[in-house]
Design a protein around this ligand. Structure first.
Ligand code: FES
Ligand SMILES: [Fe+2]
Length: 391
């Protein structure tokens, strides 16, 4: 059942989805203190493996060294070049491609070519800027904010389930980093409602589930949708196979978000996350990973059948994501139109969006005003009561 009894207002004004000033404020108040899921542990199979990630807060290198994942800004202390332009690789020490400065696992300089020409330079005084890294199950998170809450606290109720669903008995099946030409919040909002299911995914998913089979749960830092698993014959077969591998698998589909931008789902043996990393006011990167439970006591036949089912399910989820991604630029274009027919309206089925929008406004220090949205503080061209459709 949905919590709201009536339709709800769209709280964020269209400008929030493309305005560079808004985006700058968002970076400061909404995005900076977040944890970002950027990889899974199996992307670092050997000690010394690294991956790089270009985040809106700067380029980062994540390096498995001494059995731990360490993260640094991918910027050299010498002349501030990117240490490496490679997406992934392996090294015994981090070495800058430009003049060859080397750094150890703490990010401290190890060898500086022609070091005497830098005299006087105290040993170990220069080094890389560390970024926080944490692993939950096999999901690798990073945060630029040294004062961000510990990952367990930030994930709240989701921590335990993520730790289990992406734990040592799960295997990553699909890994994709997709650049999407829309504001990050549009991808989140698309994730948070099942109202578009019938029109966008009609052929793939069928009709939206009946309200009586849906549940919305809200917490301070996110929300969860619990819906019915598949009721088709295949769906029932999948569930029964899943339960031979792990008895505790629920019959439900769940989709959760931890604000601002970590969403994940679980159904049968399959779990997947989408971490939406903003890359500009009108663009973001979707970091997607899907994983499945492996059997440990089940028979070869059950494992084989389960693998076939999971492969089919994954193909299906890839199609669902592709359907959303092909539509969203159209949504961005409409929002950027200089005139609109009104402020927009949100159905009860879309109520998770309103919770998300309220959370954003709260972080920005703005009241949640109905049907007009926030007014910017002075000094912005968004000052004053700009009415949608009359600008
Ligand atoms: S900029 Fe990295 S060694 Fe010179
Ligand atoms: Fe969708």
């Amino acid at each position: 059942m949905f919590l709201s009894e009536t339709h709800l207002p769209q709280l964020l004004r269209p400008e929030s989805y493309f305005d560079p000033d808004w985006y700058r404020d968002e970076e400061k108040h909404v995005l900076r203190s977040a944890w970002w899921a950027v990889a899974t542990l199996d992307e670092f199979p050997r000690d010394g493996d690294f991956i790089t990630f270009d985040h809106v807060d700067g380029p980062v290198i994540l390096w498995r060294k001494g059995g731990e994942i360490r993260a640094f800004r991918n910027v050299c202390a010498h002349r501030l070049a990117k240490l490496t332009g490679k997406a992934r690789g392996h090294c015994d020490c981090l070495t800058c491609d430009y003049h060859g400065w080397e750094y150890d696992e703490s990010g401290v300089t190890r060898r500086i070519p022609d070091a005497s020409s830098f005299r006087p330079l105290e040993k170990g005084r220069l080094g890389l800027a560390a970024v926080q890294a944490a692993v939950v199950g096999s999901v690798v998170f990073m945060s630029f904010d040294a004062s961000a809450p510990p990952i367990r606290e930030w994930l709240g109720n989701e921590w335990e389930r993520i730790n289990e669903r992406f734990g040592p008995r799960s295997r990553t099946l699909w890994r994709a980093d997709i650049d999407v030409p829309v504001n990050w919040k549009l991808l989140i909002e698309n994730n948070l409602e099942s109202y578009h299911v019938a029109s966008v995914h009609g052929k793939t998913l069928g009709a939206s589930p009946d309200e009586s089979m849906c549940e919305h749960e809200f917490s301070d830092g996110g929300s969860r949708f619990i819906g019915p698993g598949s009721n088709s014959t295949w769906g029932r077969v999948r569930l029964s196979l899943a339960r031979q591998i792990r008895e505790s698998i629920p019959a439900a589909y769940t989709h959760s978000i931890v604000y601002p931008a970590f969403t994940w789902l679980s159904v049968d043996l399959l779990s997947g996350f989408q971490s939406i990393v903003p890359t500009g006011p009108r663009s973001c990167r979707m970091v997607v990973r899907f994983a499945a439970f492996q059997g440990d006591t089940s028979t070869f036949l059950v494992d084989f059948m389960a693998r076939r089912c999971v492969a089919g399910e994954l193909t299906f989820w890839k199609r669902v994501i592709a359907e959303d991604l092909s539509l969203l630029p159209q949504v961005q274009a409409g929002i950027e139109s200089p005139r609109h027919p009104g402020a927009g309206l949100i159905s009860r089925r879309e109520e998770r969006l309103v919770h998300f929008q309220k959370w954003i406004l709260g972080r920005m220090g703005m009241p949640s005003e109905a049907h007009g949205g926030p007014k910017r503080t002075s000094g912005s061209h968004l000052d004053g009561p700009v009415e949608h459709g009359t600008r």
